[in-house]
Design a protein around this ligand. Sequence first.
Ligand SMILES: *[C@@H]1O[C@H](CO)[C@@H](O)[C@H](O)[C@H]1NC(C)=O
Ligand SMILES: *[C@@H]1O[C@H](CO)[C@@H](O)[C@H](O)[C@H]1NC(C)=O
Ligand SMILES: *[C@@H]1O[C@H](CO)[C@@H](O)[C@H](O)[C@H]1NC(C)=O
Length: 333
Amino acid sequence: MAAVSNTIILVLVFALLNGAYAAARLGSYNVDKSKISVSGISSGGYFAVQFHIAYSKTLMGAGVVAGGPYYCAEGQLNTALTSCMNRLLPSLMDVAKYVDKVHEDAKNGKIDDPTNLSNDLIYLYSGTKDTVVRPVVMKSLERFYGYLLNKNNIVTMFTTPSEHAFVTDDYGNLCSYLGSPFINNCRYPTAYNIFKQIYGSGILPANKSSAIEKNLLEFEQSEFFSTQMDNIGYIYVPTGCQSNATACRLHIAFHGCKQGREYIDTTFALHSGYSGLAEVNNIIVVFPQIHKSILSNPNGCWDWWGYTNSDYVNQDGPQMSGVKKILDRVANI
Ligand SMILES: *[C@@H]1O[C@H](CO)[C@@H](O)[C@H](O)[C@H]1NC(C)=O
Ligand SMILES: *[C@@H]1O[C@H](CO)[C@@H](O)[C@H](O)[C@H]1NC(C)=O
Ligand SMILES: *[C@@H]1O[C@H](CO)[C@@H](O)[C@H](O)[C@H]1NC(C)=O
Protein backbone atom coordinates (compact mmCIF):
# COMPACT_ATOMS: atom_id res chain seq x y z
CA MET A 1 0.00 0.00 0.00
CA ALA A 2 2.72 2.43 1.02
CA ALA A 3 4.68 1.56 -2.10
CA VAL A 4 1.65 2.23 -4.28
CA SER A 5 0.97 5.64 -2.81
CA ASN A 6 4.64 6.58 -3.09
CA THR A 7 4.48 5.72 -6.74
CA ILE A 8 1.35 7.82 -7.17
CA ILE A 9 2.97 10.75 -5.40
CA LEU A 10 6.06 10.43 -7.57
CA VAL A 11 3.94 10.36 -10.70
CA LEU A 12 2.05 13.45 -9.54
CA VAL A 13 5.22 15.34 -8.71
CA PHE A 14 6.64 14.41 -12.09
CA ALA A 15 3.44 15.57 -13.81
CA LEU A 16 3.55 18.85 -11.92
CA LEU A 17 7.19 19.50 -12.79
CA ASN A 18 6.61 18.71 -16.41
CA GLY A 19 3.15 19.89 -17.25
CA ALA A 20 1.93 22.39 -14.71
CA TYR A 21 3.31 25.29 -16.65
CA ALA A 22 2.33 25.51 -20.28
CA ALA A 23 3.69 28.41 -22.26
CA ALA A 24 1.55 30.19 -24.85
CA ARG A 25 0.77 28.68 -28.23
CA LEU A 26 3.19 29.97 -30.86
CA GLY A 27 1.58 32.67 -33.00
CA SER A 28 1.57 33.52 -36.69
CA TYR A 29 2.77 36.82 -38.07
CA ASN A 30 3.02 38.83 -41.25
CA VAL A 31 6.30 37.42 -42.59
CA ASP A 32 7.93 38.19 -45.94
CA LYS A 33 8.30 34.60 -47.14
CA SER A 34 11.23 35.48 -49.37
CA LYS A 35 13.25 36.74 -46.36
CA ILE A 36 13.61 33.70 -44.12
CA SER A 37 17.05 32.62 -42.88
CA VAL A 38 18.88 30.66 -40.17
CA SER A 39 22.09 30.75 -38.17
CA GLY A 40 23.71 28.90 -35.31
CA ILE A 41 26.80 28.20 -33.29
CA SER A 42 28.65 24.92 -32.73
CA SER A 43 26.09 22.08 -32.67
CA GLY A 44 23.63 24.81 -33.66
CA GLY A 45 26.03 25.80 -36.45
CA TYR A 46 26.10 22.27 -37.80
CA PHE A 47 22.32 22.19 -37.41
CA ALA A 48 21.89 25.52 -39.24
CA VAL A 49 23.84 24.07 -42.19
CA GLN A 50 21.78 20.89 -42.40
CA PHE A 51 18.52 22.83 -41.95
CA HIS A 52 19.54 25.29 -44.68
CA ILE A 53 20.55 22.49 -47.06
CA ALA A 54 17.39 20.46 -46.35
CA TYR A 55 14.93 23.37 -46.69
CA SER A 56 16.66 25.51 -49.30
CA LYS A 57 13.35 26.23 -51.05
CA THR A 58 12.19 28.14 -47.99
CA LEU A 59 15.45 29.79 -46.92
CA MET A 60 17.50 32.57 -48.49
CA GLY A 61 20.64 32.39 -46.41
CA ALA A 62 22.57 31.04 -43.44
CA GLY A 63 25.08 32.23 -40.86
CA VAL A 64 27.38 29.65 -39.31
CA VAL A 65 29.66 30.03 -36.32
CA ALA A 66 31.96 27.09 -35.55
CA GLY A 67 29.95 24.48 -37.44
CA GLY A 68 30.77 22.34 -40.47
CA PRO A 69 29.57 20.60 -43.62
CA TYR A 70 26.35 18.66 -44.13
CA TYR A 71 26.57 15.04 -42.88
CA CYS A 72 30.16 15.52 -41.68
CA ALA A 73 29.60 13.13 -38.76
CA GLU A 74 28.11 10.47 -41.06
CA GLY A 75 25.90 9.28 -38.21
CA GLN A 76 28.84 8.61 -35.85
CA LEU A 77 29.55 10.42 -32.59
CA ASN A 78 33.21 9.50 -32.83
CA THR A 79 33.52 11.05 -36.29
CA ALA A 80 31.76 14.15 -34.99
CA LEU A 81 34.25 14.51 -32.15
CA THR A 82 37.35 13.88 -34.26
CA SER A 83 37.27 14.79 -37.99
CA CYS A 84 34.42 17.29 -37.60
CA MET A 85 35.60 19.12 -34.47
CA ASN A 86 38.99 18.54 -32.98
CA ARG A 87 40.55 17.92 -36.35
CA LEU A 88 44.25 17.69 -35.70
CA LEU A 89 45.24 17.39 -39.32
CA PRO A 90 45.71 20.89 -40.69
CA SER A 91 44.48 19.79 -44.13
CA LEU A 92 41.03 20.70 -45.39
CA MET A 93 38.35 18.02 -45.53
CA ASP A 94 37.53 16.15 -48.68
CA VAL A 95 34.16 17.89 -48.93
CA ALA A 96 33.17 16.36 -52.28
CA LYS A 97 31.61 13.38 -50.48
CA TYR A 98 29.32 15.67 -48.48
CA VAL A 99 28.33 17.44 -51.69
CA ASP A 100 27.56 14.01 -53.21
CA LYS A 101 25.46 13.22 -50.16
CA VAL A 102 23.45 16.42 -50.75
CA HIS A 103 22.69 15.35 -54.32
CA GLU A 104 21.86 11.80 -53.23
CA ASP A 105 19.47 12.97 -50.47
CA ALA A 106 17.81 15.37 -52.92
CA LYS A 107 17.39 12.58 -55.48
CA ASN A 108 15.71 10.48 -52.81
CA GLY A 109 13.34 13.31 -51.94
CA LYS A 110 14.79 13.68 -48.46
CA ILE A 111 15.79 17.33 -48.92
CA ASP A 112 14.92 20.20 -51.29
CA ASP A 113 16.61 20.39 -54.68
CA PRO A 114 20.02 22.05 -54.11
CA THR A 115 19.52 24.30 -57.16
CA ASN A 116 17.45 26.35 -54.72
CA LEU A 117 20.72 27.19 -52.93
CA SER A 118 22.29 28.90 -55.90
CA ASN A 119 21.51 32.52 -54.95
CA ASP A 120 21.68 32.09 -51.19
CA LEU A 121 23.82 34.29 -48.98
CA ILE A 122 26.26 32.78 -46.52
CA TYR A 123 28.17 34.19 -43.55
CA LEU A 124 30.86 32.07 -41.84
CA TYR A 125 32.72 32.76 -38.58
CA SER A 126 35.61 30.89 -37.00
CA GLY A 127 37.85 32.24 -34.24
CA THR A 128 41.57 31.70 -34.72
CA LYS A 129 41.79 30.33 -31.15
CA ASP A 130 38.84 27.92 -31.35
CA THR A 131 40.01 24.66 -29.75
CA VAL A 132 36.60 22.93 -29.93
CA VAL A 133 35.68 23.24 -33.61
CA ARG A 134 39.00 23.93 -35.30
CA PRO A 135 39.24 26.73 -37.91
CA VAL A 136 40.10 24.19 -40.62
CA VAL A 137 36.58 22.75 -40.24
CA MET A 138 35.00 26.10 -41.07
CA LYS A 139 37.42 26.60 -43.97
CA SER A 140 36.18 23.24 -45.22
CA LEU A 141 32.59 24.43 -44.86
CA GLU A 142 33.46 27.42 -47.04
CA ARG A 143 34.68 24.99 -49.74
CA PHE A 144 31.56 22.84 -49.31
CA TYR A 145 29.25 25.81 -49.91
CA GLY A 146 31.46 26.83 -52.85
CA TYR A 147 30.35 23.71 -54.68
CA LEU A 148 26.67 24.51 -54.20
CA LEU A 149 26.38 28.23 -54.69
CA ASN A 150 28.13 31.30 -56.03
CA LYS A 151 31.41 31.84 -54.13
CA ASN A 152 30.79 35.60 -54.26
CA ASN A 153 27.78 35.01 -52.01
CA ILE A 154 30.00 33.78 -49.15
CA VAL A 155 31.46 36.18 -46.60
CA THR A 156 33.92 34.87 -44.02
CA MET A 157 35.39 36.19 -40.78
CA PHE A 158 38.27 33.89 -39.86
CA THR A 159 40.72 36.33 -38.26
CA THR A 160 39.28 37.28 -34.86
CA PRO A 161 41.35 35.72 -32.02
CA SER A 162 38.40 34.13 -30.22
CA GLU A 163 37.97 30.79 -28.48
CA HIS A 164 34.86 28.67 -29.08
CA ALA A 165 32.10 31.23 -28.50
CA PHE A 166 29.49 33.47 -30.06
CA VAL A 167 31.34 36.76 -30.38
CA THR A 168 29.80 40.16 -29.61
CA ASP A 169 30.98 43.74 -29.24
CA ASP A 170 29.27 44.43 -25.92
CA TYR A 171 28.76 41.32 -23.80
CA GLY A 172 30.50 38.22 -22.54
CA ASN A 173 33.80 36.76 -21.43
CA LEU A 174 37.27 37.67 -22.60
CA CYS A 175 37.84 36.88 -26.25
CA SER A 176 40.23 33.99 -25.53
CA TYR A 177 38.09 32.45 -22.74
CA LEU A 178 36.48 29.02 -23.12
CA GLY A 179 33.40 28.53 -20.96
CA SER A 180 29.80 29.37 -20.16
CA PRO A 181 27.81 31.09 -21.52
CA PHE A 182 30.04 30.70 -24.60
CA ILE A 183 29.50 34.34 -25.52
CA ASN A 184 32.71 36.37 -25.74
CA ASN A 185 33.26 40.07 -26.13
CA CYS A 186 35.82 40.53 -28.91
CA ARG A 187 34.56 43.95 -30.00
CA TYR A 188 33.08 42.32 -33.09
CA PRO A 189 29.30 42.07 -33.60
CA THR A 190 28.74 38.64 -35.17
CA ALA A 191 24.92 38.85 -35.19
CA TYR A 192 25.08 42.20 -36.99
CA ASN A 193 27.43 40.79 -39.62
CA ILE A 194 25.20 37.75 -40.15
CA PHE A 195 22.16 39.97 -40.74
CA LYS A 196 24.12 42.40 -42.91
CA GLN A 197 25.35 39.59 -45.17
CA ILE A 198 21.90 37.98 -45.45
CA TYR A 199 19.59 41.00 -45.49
CA GLY A 200 21.89 43.64 -46.98
CA SER A 201 23.74 46.76 -45.96
CA GLY A 202 20.47 48.44 -44.93
CA ILE A 203 20.62 46.54 -41.64
CA LEU A 204 20.93 49.06 -38.79
CA PRO A 205 23.32 48.42 -35.92
CA ALA A 206 21.99 47.97 -32.41
CA ASN A 207 23.38 48.21 -28.91
CA LYS A 208 22.92 46.77 -25.40
CA SER A 209 19.66 48.64 -24.82
CA SER A 210 17.98 48.00 -28.18
CA ALA A 211 16.28 44.72 -27.21
CA ILE A 212 13.02 45.10 -25.28
CA GLU A 213 12.87 42.25 -22.80
CA LYS A 214 9.09 41.89 -22.84
CA ASN A 215 9.21 41.29 -26.60
CA LEU A 216 11.04 38.02 -25.95
CA LEU A 217 8.16 35.54 -25.55
CA GLU A 218 8.08 31.94 -24.40
CA PHE A 219 6.13 29.51 -26.56
CA GLU A 220 5.04 25.90 -26.13
CA GLN A 221 7.49 23.81 -28.14
CA SER A 222 6.37 20.25 -27.55
CA GLU A 223 3.48 20.37 -30.07
CA PHE A 224 6.04 20.56 -32.90
CA PHE A 225 8.24 17.58 -32.04
CA SER A 226 7.92 13.82 -31.98
CA THR A 227 11.01 13.47 -29.78
CA GLN A 228 11.75 15.19 -26.55
CA MET A 229 12.66 18.88 -26.65
CA ASP A 230 12.50 21.57 -24.03
CA ASN A 231 8.82 22.36 -23.40
CA ILE A 232 9.56 26.02 -23.97
CA GLY A 233 11.13 27.90 -26.86
CA TYR A 234 11.74 31.64 -27.26
CA ILE A 235 10.62 34.03 -29.95
CA TYR A 236 11.57 37.69 -30.19
CA VAL A 237 8.75 39.66 -31.78
CA PRO A 238 9.86 43.26 -32.47
CA THR A 239 7.43 46.05 -31.63
CA GLY A 240 7.10 46.78 -35.36
CA CYS A 241 5.98 43.20 -36.11
CA GLN A 242 3.33 42.74 -33.45
CA SER A 243 0.35 44.25 -35.28
CA ASN A 244 1.06 42.63 -38.68
CA ALA A 245 1.12 46.13 -40.22
CA THR A 246 4.51 45.47 -41.87
CA ALA A 247 5.86 42.32 -43.46
CA CYS A 248 8.78 41.29 -41.25
CA ARG A 249 11.77 39.10 -41.93
CA LEU A 250 12.12 35.81 -40.09
CA HIS A 251 15.31 34.29 -38.70
CA ILE A 252 15.88 31.14 -36.65
CA ALA A 253 18.94 31.08 -34.37
CA PHE A 254 20.22 27.76 -33.02
CA HIS A 255 22.09 27.87 -29.70
CA GLY A 256 25.17 25.74 -29.06
CA CYS A 257 25.70 22.89 -26.61
CA LYS A 258 25.19 24.00 -22.98
CA GLN A 259 23.59 27.20 -24.27
CA GLY A 260 19.93 26.23 -24.06
CA ARG A 261 17.37 27.47 -21.54
CA GLU A 262 18.27 24.67 -19.10
CA TYR A 263 21.81 26.02 -18.86
CA ILE A 264 21.68 29.79 -19.36
CA ASP A 265 17.99 30.73 -19.43
CA THR A 266 17.47 33.70 -21.79
CA THR A 267 21.15 34.70 -21.97
CA PHE A 268 21.73 33.50 -25.53
CA ALA A 269 18.53 35.12 -26.79
CA LEU A 270 19.10 38.44 -25.06
CA HIS A 271 22.89 38.91 -25.09
CA SER A 272 24.18 37.41 -28.33
CA GLY A 273 23.07 40.54 -30.20
CA TYR A 274 20.22 39.03 -32.23
CA SER A 275 17.31 40.51 -30.28
CA GLY A 276 18.47 44.13 -30.34
CA LEU A 277 19.03 43.89 -34.08
CA ALA A 278 15.66 42.20 -34.43
CA GLU A 279 13.97 45.12 -32.69
CA VAL A 280 15.66 47.79 -34.77
CA ASN A 281 15.28 45.99 -38.11
CA ASN A 282 11.87 44.27 -37.85
CA ILE A 283 13.26 40.74 -37.88
CA ILE A 284 11.32 38.12 -35.95
CA VAL A 285 13.86 35.75 -34.37
CA VAL A 286 12.99 32.28 -33.09
CA PHE A 287 15.31 30.56 -30.61
CA PRO A 288 14.24 26.90 -30.47
CA GLN A 289 15.47 25.09 -27.35
CA ILE A 290 17.01 21.66 -26.90
CA HIS A 291 16.36 19.41 -23.91
CA LYS A 292 19.40 17.62 -22.53
CA SER A 293 19.18 13.92 -21.91
CA ILE A 294 21.58 12.10 -19.61
CA LEU A 295 22.13 9.15 -21.92
CA SER A 296 21.87 10.40 -25.49
CA ASN A 297 22.55 14.12 -25.27
CA PRO A 298 24.19 15.04 -21.96
CA ASN A 299 25.35 18.49 -23.12
CA GLY A 300 22.07 19.68 -24.62
CA CYS A 301 23.33 19.81 -28.24
CA TRP A 302 21.40 19.92 -31.51
CA ASP A 303 21.48 16.59 -33.31
CA TRP A 304 24.12 16.57 -36.04
CA TRP A 305 25.50 13.05 -35.44
CA GLY A 306 22.39 10.90 -35.11
CA TYR A 307 21.27 10.61 -31.49
CA THR A 308 17.62 10.95 -32.58
CA ASN A 309 17.67 8.66 -35.62
CA SER A 310 19.49 8.03 -38.89
CA ASP A 311 17.42 10.72 -40.69
CA TYR A 312 18.69 13.42 -38.31
CA VAL A 313 20.27 15.35 -41.19
CA ASN A 314 17.27 15.50 -43.57
CA GLN A 315 13.61 16.52 -43.60
CA ASP A 316 12.57 13.31 -41.84
CA GLY A 317 14.72 14.06 -38.81
CA PRO A 318 12.52 14.81 -35.80
CA GLN A 319 14.36 17.99 -34.87
CA MET A 320 14.48 19.10 -38.52
CA SER A 321 10.79 18.58 -39.22
CA GLY A 322 9.84 20.08 -35.84
CA VAL A 323 11.74 23.30 -36.47
CA LYS A 324 10.20 23.47 -39.96
CA LYS A 325 6.75 23.27 -38.36
CA ILE A 326 7.72 26.16 -36.10
CA LEU A 327 8.85 28.15 -39.15
CA ASP A 328 5.61 27.34 -40.97
CA ARG A 329 3.50 28.46 -38.01
CA VAL A 330 5.34 31.77 -37.53
CA ALA A 331 5.39 32.59 -41.26
CA ASN A 332 1.85 31.29 -41.79
CA ILE A 333 3.00 28.88 -44.52
C1 LIG B 1 -1.29 38.33 -37.78
O1 LIG B 1 -1.46 37.50 -38.90
C2 LIG B 1 -1.55 36.11 -38.61
C3 LIG B 1 -1.54 35.36 -39.91
O2 LIG B 1 -2.51 35.81 -40.78
C4 LIG B 1 -2.79 35.88 -37.77
O3 LIG B 1 -2.89 34.51 -37.45
C5 LIG B 1 -2.65 36.69 -36.49
O4 LIG B 1 -3.82 36.56 -35.70
C6 LIG B 1 -2.45 38.16 -36.82
N1 LIG B 1 -2.17 38.91 -35.60
C7 LIG B 1 -2.74 40.08 -35.35
C8 LIG B 1 -2.33 40.74 -34.07
O5 LIG B 1 -3.53 40.62 -36.09
C1 LIG C 1 13.67 24.99 -56.32
O1 LIG C 1 14.27 24.11 -57.26
C2 LIG C 1 13.32 23.48 -58.11
C3 LIG C 1 14.11 22.49 -58.96
O2 LIG C 1 15.15 23.14 -59.63
C4 LIG C 1 12.60 24.52 -58.92
O3 LIG C 1 11.63 23.89 -59.75
C5 LIG C 1 11.92 25.51 -57.98
O4 LIG C 1 11.34 26.54 -58.73
C6 LIG C 1 12.92 26.09 -57.01
N1 LIG C 1 12.17 26.88 -56.02
C7 LIG C 1 12.50 28.10 -55.68
C8 LIG C 1 11.65 28.73 -54.64
O5 LIG C 1 13.45 28.68 -56.17
C1 LIG D 1 21.11 52.39 -28.70
O1 LIG D 1 20.24 52.10 -29.78
C2 LIG D 1 18.99 52.73 -29.66
C3 LIG D 1 18.13 52.23 -30.83
O2 LIG D 1 17.97 50.86 -30.70
C4 LIG D 1 19.19 54.23 -29.70
O3 LIG D 1 17.94 54.88 -29.54
C5 LIG D 1 20.13 54.64 -28.58
O4 LIG D 1 20.42 56.02 -28.70
C6 LIG D 1 21.41 53.86 -28.63
N1 LIG D 1 22.21 54.16 -27.44
C7 LIG D 1 23.51 54.36 -27.48
C8 LIG D 1 24.18 54.58 -26.18
O5 LIG D 1 24.14 54.36 -28.54
